[in-house]
Design a binder for this molecule. Structure first.
Ligand SMILES: Nc1ncnc2c1ncn2[C@@H]1O[C@H](COP(=O)(O)OP(=O)(O)O)[C@@H](O)[C@H]1O
Ligand SMILES: [Mg+2]
Length: 349
């Protein structure tokens, strides 16, 4: 896949929030020739879904403040149900917020809805594509919906960019999951938005496609596009994103440069299963931070940055134990959460 260079153009044209805009809220970001300093600015964002007979109302976002700097590769992390899609769908104008202000490329999503929409391209979590359209028809149709003139259509270029030229005239229902995902990415890029938002783009896709998507997103970002990505894979966020925000139960619990977050999480568990039941951690392993998690399972807590596997294996052999299995669990998102919620509790008490 090659990347279509995306001029960071001000899609809407309307002068975003004039200097006389003094309302509290997201505020107007400073602008230079390439656009506002903040691609997205969110203040006090709250969303309560109405309840039904069976379900009580659900507050999915509880007063989120968040800035996405222009040019960032920004990761929004959180477990299922944290509120990620709700936030993304509010940006996209697909879900109405309950309270708060949101500016997209300096356009208030309530007052400058169209300009805000033109500044953003969304790749939704669900692969909802009309099965009876071909990729070419779908992209042409979408270009029309964006109000582009025929001469501005970039269907061929986009199909090429997402590697679907040879599928241009195939019915969408015949496309594989990976192709549909790429088609949706193409659809989000049609109007050259300066911000591209991808909601769980690699959930359920195979390893090879995931790598392709990563390469593509990196190239888009390098070409100047601000990227906002949601994921529940820490590894993905770690490898791609320069900044990570973590939301949990509708609250922002961290927002920091990736390197800082990862440094906070410099632990790794090495889990060793032995062939005989143990009553306690053998004294010979006293030099390690280790617990007996089950009669045959020893869990060594290590610094992630220091590889101690060989040392541990040697010490276990020296203790005359036989290893049946060995695995490592790297700082996963859960651990970030645990660490952060512990911090939160500490801060309270
Ligand atoms: N249309 C809806 N109606 C009611 N509740 C919803 C709706 N969409 C999402 N929710 C609820 O809001 C919370 C956040 O969901 P969502 O934003 O999809 O989280 P995430 O994308 O992080 O998994 C969840 O508890 C979910 O059940
Ligand atoms: Mg979601």
């Amino acid at each position: 896949m090659t990347v279509v260079p995306l001029p960071a153009r001000d899609a809407g044209g309307a002068a975003a929030g004039s200097a006389s805009d003094t309302r509290p809220g997201a505020g107007v970001a400073e602008e230079d020739g390439a656009g506002p300093s903040r691609a997205v600015a969110i203040r006090g964002l709250t969303k309560t879904y109405a309840g039904t007979k069976q379900e009580p109302p659900k507050t999915a976002l509880k007063g989120i403040d968040l800035d996405v700097p222009r040019g960032a590769f920004f990761g929004l992390l959180g477990p299922n149900g944290a509120g990620k899609s709700t936030l993304i769908n509010i940006l996209a104008g697909l879900v109405d917020k309950t309270a708060g202000t949101v500016r997209v490329w300096n356009h208030d999503i309530d007052r400058e809805r169209r300009a805000a929409k033109m500044a953003i391209g969304i790749v939704p979590q669900e692969l909802n594509i009309d099965p009876f359209f071909t990729p070419r028809q779908l992209l042409d149709l979408q270009s029309g919906l964006y109000g582009l003139r025929r001469s501005e259509y970039r269907t061929a270029e986009i199909l090429e960019a997402v590697g679907l030229t040879d599928k241009a005239n195939a019915y969408a229902r015949t496309l594989s999951g990976g192709m549909r995902r790429r088609l949706l990415i193409g659809k989000a890029l049609l109007h050259s938005p300066p911000i591209v938002v991808l909601d769980e783009p690699t959930a359920g896709v195979d390893v090879e496609l995931r790598k392709n998507l990563w390469t593509y997103m990196r190239a888009l970002n390098a070409a100047g596009t601000t990227i906002l990505l949601t994921t529940h894979y820490l590894e993905e966020a770690e490898r791609l994103c320069d900044t990570i925000a973590i939301i949990d139960e509708g609250e922002l619990i961290a927002c920091a440069p990736t390197v800082d977050l990862v440094a906070r999480l410099d632990t790794k568990d090495i889990v060793v299963t032995v062939e005989d039941d143990l009553g306690a951690v053998p004294a010979a392993l006293g030099q390690f931070d280790v617990i007996l998690a089950a009669p045959r399972r020893l869990v060594f807590r290590c610094r992630r940055s220091v590889n101690r596997v060989r040392e541990i294996v040697e010490a276990i052999h020296a203790a005359r134990l036989v290893i049946a299995d060995l695995s490592t669990t790297e700082g996963r998102l859960e651990d970030v959460f645990l660490a952060l919620t512990r911090d939160r509790q500490k801060a309270v008490t």
